[in-house]
Design a protein around this ligand. Structure first.
Ligand code: SF4
Ligand code: SF4
Length: 164
């Protein structure tokens, strides 16, 4: 998540309305440097091991309360460096704040539409709607709803950056 207080007020406002790069819908983990693992554990955040043996911060991130990072001062480098495509477009004046907030609103609306067609979550299911959708064997109509949401995130947020 882009940090409140860094850059212009507009991008801070945008991120505080969004949270998608921390809530598990855009990504399922944030890479960690070895030196960051103890800090994440001290903050009671979930650290997972990736296939290559490296550590990562699981998403949905438990530091996210509402749409705000509560571990802001100690967030890992992967969070500090990350800016989605929409953030960059706003920072560079390619879109207005209102246009960017509208894109965020549509993203949340499409994710909510996916949630409405998913089965009731199991206790061990991911909290992020799109992560759950990726694990379900969805009927065609629900799959179309899920695809609409993923396409929107690809187009406006992930850009060419599908991983953090
Ligand atoms: S996905 Fe982009 S706009 Fe949303 S919180 Fe992250 S950096 Fe900000
Ligand atoms: S530590 Fe903060 S910025 Fe990083 S994923 Fe968690 S909520 Fe987002």
């Amino acid at each position: 998540m882009s940090p409140p207080g860094e850059g212009s007020a507009a991008v801070s406002t945008l991120c505080q309305h969004c949270g998608l790069c921390c809530d598990g819908n855009l990504f399922d983990h944030v890479p960690l440097r070895d030196a960051e693992v103890d800090t994440m554990r001290r903050l009671s955040l979930t650290v997972v091991t990736r296939k290559d043996g490296s550590a990562a911060l699981a998403q949905h991130c438990d530091a996210l309360k509402g749409r705000v990072c509560t571990a802001y001062a100690e967030r890992p480098e992967g969070c500090r460096r990350y800016h989605c495509a929409l953030f960059s477009a706003l920072a560079e004046g390619e879109v207005s704040l209102n246009e960017a907030l509208s894109v965020v609103g549509e993203a949340h609306a499409r994710i909510q539409a996916v949630e409405a067609v998913l089965p009731t979550p199991r206790a061990d299911a991911p909290r992020a709607v799109l992560q759950r959708a990726r694990q379900e064997d969805l009927p065609t109509q629900a799959r179309d709803t899920w695809t609409r949401a993923e396409d929107w995130l690809d187009r406006h947020f992930r850009g060419r950056q599908r991983h953090r």
